[in-house]
Design a protein around this ligand. Structure first.
Ligand code: G3P
Ligand code: CA
Length: 281
């Protein structure tokens, strides 16, 4: 599977999450359709050891359920609706309950059930494998300290099953692992040294002020706020030999800034708009 490489990759943050409920199949299908180069997802472990794509510690914001992902089993999560909160926030039209259901609509909703239910990382890997083109994955380990290595262990076992844990040395890896935790990245590197890792930053850690990153990490993931306030930091990161992937870049002026600074990837909720701004659509 080949694909033209671009100077600046566009990464769909939680899928095309401006248009569809984040971390659902619908959001990732839309991102692939929009032409995103890569998909970003957050992973957490359920109580029974499955990796699911959920950002928050609890399911309260993005589903009709309550509770921490870590205390729920996959079957509990599968019974929840991870799509309607977005409709309630004013996105797609809500069903009209005073009229007879339109059979086409009802079957559409049933078909749509999968696209709004909890997404396992395994299902996302299948979607990417079946997409028919190269789509990279940027997987972020969430709350890796709570599980003392289990998130990384399960993640690498799953990547291994899909033949993604050991990318060939002469090609860019289709998967990278991201984390705010240097320890989590260290665990990944120890077990899968060929997988690229991204050190995410919400602020500039004084330890890494000179542009170097934790041992063995080759990609920096600063927030757009860091980049806006300290554009020189991007230069330092690049001079130290690192690639730079910036999140979450949704405003046209921020896209422009990233282009000017020569960053390597933009992580955005609006892949279509960014691709259009970059003249790729
Ligand atoms: O892609 C990195 C970015 O997603 C980190 O922040 O909170 O959206 O996971 P958060
Ligand atoms: Ca994330």
């Amino acid at each position: 599977m080949t694909q033209e490489r671009h100077l600046l990759d566009v990464v769909a943050h939680r899928g095309a999450s401006e248009d569809a409920p984040e971390h659902t199949l619908a959001a990732y299908r839309k991102a692939i359709e929009d032409g995103a180069d890569a998909l970003e997802c957050d992973v957490r472990l359920t109580a029974d050891g499955h990796l699911v794509c959920v950002h928050d510690r609890r399911v309260n914001r993005t589903s009709n359920g309550r509770g921490a992902v870590s205390t729920l089993e996959l079957a509990d999560l599968a019974a929840l609706d991870f799509g309607s909160w977005k409709a309630a926030a004013g996105e797609p039209e809500a069903p009209d309950r005073d009229t007879d259901p339109d059979p086409a609509r009802v079957s559409g909703l049933a078909a749509d059930r999968e696209s709004t239910s909890v997404l396992t990382l395994e299902r996302l890997l299948e979607l990417v494998a079946d997409s028919g083109r190269r789509v990279e994955l940027a997987i972020e380990t969430k709350h890796p300290t709570r599980w003392a290595g289990q998130v990384e262990e399960r993640l690498l076992a799953l990547l291994d099953r899909f033949g993604l844990a050991e990318p060939p040395p002469d090609e860019p890896s289709p998967v990278r692992v991201m984390s705010f935790s240097a320890r989590s990245l260290h665990r990944v590197r120890a077990a899968a040294p060929a997988l690229p890792t991204v050190y995410l930053m919400q602020f500039i850690n004084p330890r890494y002020r000179d542009g170097r990153l934790p041992q063995g990490v080759g990609i920096a993931g600063p927030s757009i706020r860091i980049v806006r306030n300290n554009p020189d930091y991007v230069t330092r990161l690049r001079r130290a030999g690192n690639a730079v992937h910036v999140w979450t870049v949704n405003e046209p002026e921020d896209v422009e800034l990233c282009v000017r600074l020569g960053v390597d990837a933009i992580i955005t909720n609006r892949p279509k708009a960014v691709l259009t701004q970059l003249g790729r659509k």
